[in-house]
Design a protein around this ligand. Structure first.
Ligand code: SF4
Length: 498
């Protein structure tokens, strides 16, 4: 048995100071890299060790002396060790104080005392090594599930973890609807749409029998309108081909319109507690940091999915999927992750290496091009406005919009009617996934009898700007802004003229 003094200098093997031995164990497992020291947000990681070191022999230990080691809240991996350290010392403090006068020559120790000390140190060493190997090897899904049980977000499409643990399952319709809505969008943006849809169409059969324009109008503003068209197709397929019941298996779910691998896994895991791994942007970020994956996205997708799959438990896979999503959304956030409250802080590769801010790495995106277009805002003498429904296929497919030109580098004039046009001095700018768009707006007023080449007039009582996609709504808002003052009070509300 080796003896170390408080300065961690090996002296000899002839005596034992349990306190110094514990100190040594702590030092041994401490991440000593410069990066490790930097990540602690001001508290130097060795300061705790230095405090212990200053105490000298175990006979000096008091509860107050030990407390600082157990109270470093932001030390991640070290916090766990410090807490184990503190708890163990606290538990054995009385015994240590009464029997240890260090350094004690081994031959002077009573055999009982020696056995006691040997047992104590061996037990502590085993404990430390166990904790250390847990820390360094891999995170446990149980730790995350325990955290989720206390910290799950309350969302309108979810059931609470306590209910889920007691065997309840959420409504697959609500899970499916929320997952489709959440693609490319935030929870905050989705909530009002989800509530609107479920109050108007409370189950899949109700949605399947809805009118297409009603669903498209209800979806307006949520973007990615192909999702709304697929939503309807999927609701009808579930109603017609599956008797209104969502299938549980991934293979059957994948055959439904608008359901890809991510959504199928989410429905299967969350709605049916099937053993499926759910990997979205949040999960990718958590996995990249947890395992310190340096490969940039999207190249790292397969590796991150494999790591996520290895962590997915067979028990409560749905809760686990939601737990990782919640961790990514609320703790392991893109900027400034809150590692001090993370249930996996003791196992996190990025935290240990001090590189949380650098991960996940991403391949640089190509610059978005800018396209140009012309839109025509036409108002008739009775206040009706000229709109047209866009073709089902393509951008903003199936949505209402103002008539206009194609969107390209040099758009050609394509007025929907012969009129005297006024070009607004300001343009509308909007960004789609792959390009920026700049729209020139031309306005005109028409008499009641003027024929139009395409589009149709919508009565002012029936026109609801909220049913336009965002870019078309921007056009409407600009035309009706205070600056241009084009029938602003009437059309903004969609109500009748006083
Ligand atoms: S919050 Fe911090 S400790 Fe937790 S996984 Fe993310 S980077 Fe690691």
């Amino acid at each position: 048995m080796r003896y170390f003094n408080a300065g961690d200098r090996i002296i000899t093997i002839d005596g034992v100071d349990p306190f110094a031995q514990l100190f040594f164990l702590h030092v041994k497992f401490w991440p000593m890299s410069a990066a490790g020291q930097q990540r602690q947000g001001g508290a130097h990681p060795l300061s705790g060790v230095a405090n212990i070191g200053r105490l000298g022999n175990c006979s000096d230990i008091s509860a107050r002396d030990l407390r600082p080691m157990g109270q470093y809240p932001r030390l991640g991996k070290a916090t766990v060790l410090a807490r184990v350290f503190y708890a163990t010392l606290k538990q054995h403090r009385g015994a240590l104080k009464s029997i240890c006068f260090a350094p004690v020559p081994r031959h002077d120790l009573h055999p009982c005392v020696r056995r006691y000390l040997t047992g104590l140190i061996t037990a502590f060493q085993t404990l430390c090594e166990k904790v250390s190997s847990n820390l360094c090897d891999r995170p446990r899904s149980d730790d995350l599930l325990n955290w989720y049980d206390q910290n799950a977000r309350v969302l309108p499409w979810r059931i609470a973890p306590a209910l889920s643990k007691s065997g309840h399952l959420p409504d697959p319709y609500r899970v499916w609807l929320s997952e489709i809505m959440l693609q490319q969008t935030t929870v905050a943006a989705v909530k009002p749409y989800f509530l609107k849809f479920t109050s108007r169409w409370p189950d899949v059969r109700a949605l399947a029998s809805a009118q297409d324009p009603d669903v498209m109008a209800a979806w307006a503003g949520l973007g990615y309108y192909a999702r709304a068209r697929n939503l309807l197709k999927c609701a009808r397929a579930v109603t017609d081909d599956h008797n209104g019941v969502f299938p549980q298996e991934l293979s059957s779910l994948l055959k439904l319109p608008g359901i890809g691998p991510y959504t199928a896994a989410a429905i299967s895991a969350i709605a049916f507690q099937q053993d499926a791994t759910v990997v979205d942007g949040n999960v990718e970020r958590v996995m990249a940091r947890l395992h310190a994956v340096q490969t940039p996205l999207p190249d790292a997708k397969i590796e991150l999915t494999q790591k996520a799959a290895r962590l997915t438990p067979t028990a409560r896979p749905g809760d686990y999927a939601q737990a990782v999503m919640d961790l990514g959304a609320t703790v392991c956030t893109p900027k400034k992750p809150s590692c001090d409250i993370c249930p996996w802080c003791a196992n996190c590769g990025a935290l240990t290496q001090g590189i949380t801010a650098e991960l996940p790495k991403k391949r640089p995106k190509p610059q978005k091009p800018t396209r140009y277009g012309i839109v025509y805002y036409v108002e008739r003498a009775d206040g009706a406005v000229l709109l047209e429904r866009r073709p089902d296929r393509g951008l903003l497919g199936g949505m209402l919009g103002w008539p206009g030109s194609a969107w390209d580098d040099a758009p050609k004039d394509a007025p929907p009617v012969r009129a005297t046009w006024t070009t607004l001095p300001q343009r509308v700018r909007h960004t789609f996934t792959h390009f920026h768009l700049e729209l020139t707006i031309k306005t005109a007023q028409l008499s009641l009898s003027e024929p139009v080449q395409h589009g149709a007039f919508i009565d002012r009582h029936q026109f609801r700007p909220a049913e336009l996609p965002t870019v078309m709504r921007k056009v409407f808002d600009l035309v009706n802004s205070a600056e241009f003052g084009y029938h602003q009070p009437i059309l903004k509300t969609g109500h009748d003229v006083p």
